[in-house]
Design a binder for this molecule. Structure first.
Ligand code: 4FL
Length: 262
């Protein structure tokens, strides 16, 4: 996968490339992360990349000519890529979108600064618009790093383990189960006994149950979107029964509305 970033701040990507899994993936030729400086395609002694908006208003708009030059140059180098503009107006990025992008040969990521980019670029040069969330940044650079990071780890061979990416939160709409490491006791709190039992069937059941309960408590919206397995339905039914038992063990009280609240 070739990521080509179009930006007026290519230096921002140096640290991103230089660490961890992204660095290793580049070294192993699983991905490339290159930058094109939009300013290199700007004319004149000052190589200006922005200008005042037609119709007035505050802020500056990125000029179309340097962007067009930079996008054409990127497409020449990576012809089977799609061109994505990072913008708050795009569809919101998530794991599903990341999985779709991971299937392409290359992604050309256009990072806007100022108040945005000239509309004619959006219409004629951009294939897709992506937002990483409903907030405004000072530019698209951090958004494109988020996108690259999420997509890169889905490329075969980028992560260590064979199935590390498939087991993620979100890839099946369930949050990860709780995690523990040594020591067995930390500040008077113990690791759950089942994890020390060596009983792999029990451990897998515990992992599924903690995944479900965390998703239920923290992200009910994810559970509603999910086709539950039979085992998951059994776990949820068991909770229902446990809760009903608690309710039914309560002493009877009057149903008279007048005596209720006081
Ligand atoms: C891009 C915000 C993607 C959220 C300013 C320029 C942005 C953004 N997702 N803010 N680009």
């Amino acid at each position: 996968m070739n990521f080509t970033v179009l930006t007026i701040f290519p230096e921002m990507f140096q640290l991103f490339r230089a660490h961890g899994i992204i660095k290793r993936a580049i070294e192993r030729n699983k991905i490339s992360v290159s930058t094109i400086n939009i300013r290199d395609f700007a004319e004149g002694r000052h190589q200006v990349t922005d200008d005042r908006p037609y119709g007035g208003g505050c802020g500056m708009v990125m000029k179309p000519e340097p962007l067009a030059g930079a996008i054409r140059s990127a497409k020449k180098k990576s012809p089977d890529s799609i061109t994505i503009h990072l913008t708050p107006q795009g569809r919101v990025f998530n794991q599903k979108v990341a999985q779709q992008f991971a299937l392409y040969d290359g992604l050309i990521l256009v990072c806007g600064r100022y108040e945005g980019i000239d509309e004619r670029i959006c219409q004629d040069f951009i294939d897709d618009e992506i937002s990483i969330g409903d907030y405004v940044l000072t530019g698209g650079e951090l958004a494109s790093m988020v996108l690259i990071d999420a997509v890169a780890r889905l490329i075969p061979g980028v992560l260590g383990g064979v199935d590390s990416a498939e087991k993620d939160s979100f890839s099946d709409d369930l949050l990860e189960h709780a995690q523990y490491t040594r020591p067995g006791t930390f500040e008077d709190k113990n690791v759950p006994e089942v994890l020390l039992s060596g009983n792999h069937k029990k451990i897998e059941e515990w992992k599924l149950e903690t995944s479900l309960i965390r998703t239920f408590l923290k992200r009910k919206d994810l559970l509603k979107n999910r086709l539950l397995t039979e085992q998951e339905i059994e776990i949820l039914k068991k909770w229902c029964l446990d809760i009903e038992k608690i309710i039914h063990s309560q002493p009877l009280r009057s149903t008279n509305a007048l005596s209720g609240s006081q």
